[in-house]
Unconditional design. Sequence first.
Length: 120
Amino acid sequence: MKKLFIIFILLFSTNTYGQNKNVSKPKDFKHPVMVKLIQGQGNVFRIGFIRYNDFYDVKEDASDVSAYYARFLSDAEINNSLFVYFPTSKDNGEMLIVSKITITKMDMTYEQAMQLIIPE
């Protein structure tokens, strides 16, 4: 029983440590963009985040069962849309599917963009 408890503690501490690393993975939404939500005389913009693959225009493999676009969008929509994550707090947010023509890449880090969205 004591060995099982030690193994449990080691596994839990390893998983907790791995989750706290600030290392960007290809599917992490860590790349800041500005999205034009409403066009017209009074434009409305919002800051959000896209994935590494979308930021650097890396094409997704449709045969990959974990691929975001392969599961949700048709071929025409894949070419013209991206998933954008909009944080509403440090731990919560919303995901929208947005047309590429409304997205502008921002020249700032994830941390700088988060400071603009959720000031401390």
